[in-house]
Design a protein around this ligand. Structure first.
Ligand SMILES: [Zn+2]
Length: 334
């Protein structure tokens, strides 16, 4: 195996924008609605495809089947790649949604994984907001809202079309990371460019859509009862506090049963791998060069690479570009 670069898969929705081009340096066709760029996905119909090197043209799913041990190392075997990584450009607010956990998702007519996710804010227009969890009792009192069984009160508010008033939110800043366990109500607000790591799952319940009309001039469907029954966390959620690690370049943002999520600020050379696990990197700033013998292009902002477990310890070279010091996101399995 070799370090794997994949072709992005773009999703165009009314809430999208142009920042994959203006911030992440992509060349995009015309259109103001580039909403998601899927960088790493292995689901039946959605497959990342290797873009360069001897494995070019191979899907991620095929790699998991043919090279399971080499790709996943100590985490093999898996039926499919367990994580999905994407960029989201929210020019407008996304709907308020909630995802089920593993236990609930497994009982659906089309059983799936649950969806625990985390976001990293890459770019934030002034006054952009993230919505995560429900107001604390102190906040509810402050706003003269009822307190008591929060899930029951929230359910009544959602059914009455007043979902918004109980959502916890905050002004998001570049560099914020937010961890959203399955069962937490959430929405990405307008103005944010976000990187998202999540369990590879496709079960989303929309609880509220800000009363706006879709591209066809109609309200998009809501999934109120299924969504409310999936709510298992009613606490407010705020940005995580990153913690230092033994690697001075790497700060741990999130660790949970499904993924590790880190911010990496390397100076010149940085070592990664050699622990019989895969490592996924997304470059946010600077230029990162892989070891020369791989003969792969240098990676600049917006580029992602999956390092298979079998290639062992790698030495990456990172340099400042356009006045911005190198910064990457790193994802692996716990
Ligand atoms: Zn979500």
């Amino acid at each position: 195996m070799h370090p794997l670069l994949f072709k992005p898969i773009y999703r165009r929705y009314i809430w999208g924008g142009r920042r994959f081009a203006s911030v992440l340096g992509r060349s995009l066709p015309p259109g103001e609605d580039f909403a998601e760029s899927w960088e790493l996905v292995d689901r039946t119909d959605d497959q990342s495809i290797v873009s360069v090197g001897p494995l070019a043209g191979t899907t991620l799913g095929q790699l998991v089947t043919d090279f399971g041990d080499a790709l996943l190392g100590k985490h093999a075997p898996r039926k499919s790649f367990p994580l999905l990584f994407k960029f989201l450009d929210a020019r407008h607010d996304l709907s308020v949604q909630v995802h089920p956990d593993d236990a609930r998702a497994a009982t659906l007519p089309n059983p799936d994984r649950g969806k625990t996710e985390a976001w990293y804010v890459i770019d934030a227009a002034p006054a952009s907001r993230l919505y995560a969890g429900l107001l604390s009792n102190a906040e509810l009192l402050q706003r003269a809202l009822p307190i008591g069984n929060k899930k029951e009160i929230f359910s009544a508010a959602v059914r009455a079309g007043r979902c918004e008033e109980m959502l916890h939110s905050f002004e998001a800043r570049t560099g914020d990371c937010i961890f959203i366990p399955a069962g937490t109500v959430h929405a990405i607000g307008s103005g944010l460019l976000v990187a998202e790591i999540q369990q590879s799952s496709d079960v989303t319940y929309r609880l509220h859509d800000w009363n706006r009309l879709g591209s066809d001039g109609r309200l998009r469907p809501l999934h109120i009862e299924a969504g409310l029954s999936a709510v298992t966390n009613t606490d407010p959620v705020d940005p995580v506090a990153a913690s230092a690690t033994v690697d001075p370049a790497l700060k741990r943002l999130v660790t949970n049963d499904y993924f590790l999520f880190d911010e990496v600020c390397p100076s010149a050379y940085w070592n990664i791998g050699g622990d019989n696990a895969f490592h996924f990197l997304a470059v946010l700033a600077g230029t990162v060069t892989l070891e020369e013998h791989w003969e792969l292009p240098a990676l600049t902002a917006g580029a992602c690479v999956l390092l298979p477990a079998s290639i062992g310890r790698q030495v990456l070279h990172a340099v400042t570009t356009n006045g911005l010091a190198p910064k990457l996101l790193h994802v692996s399995l716990p």
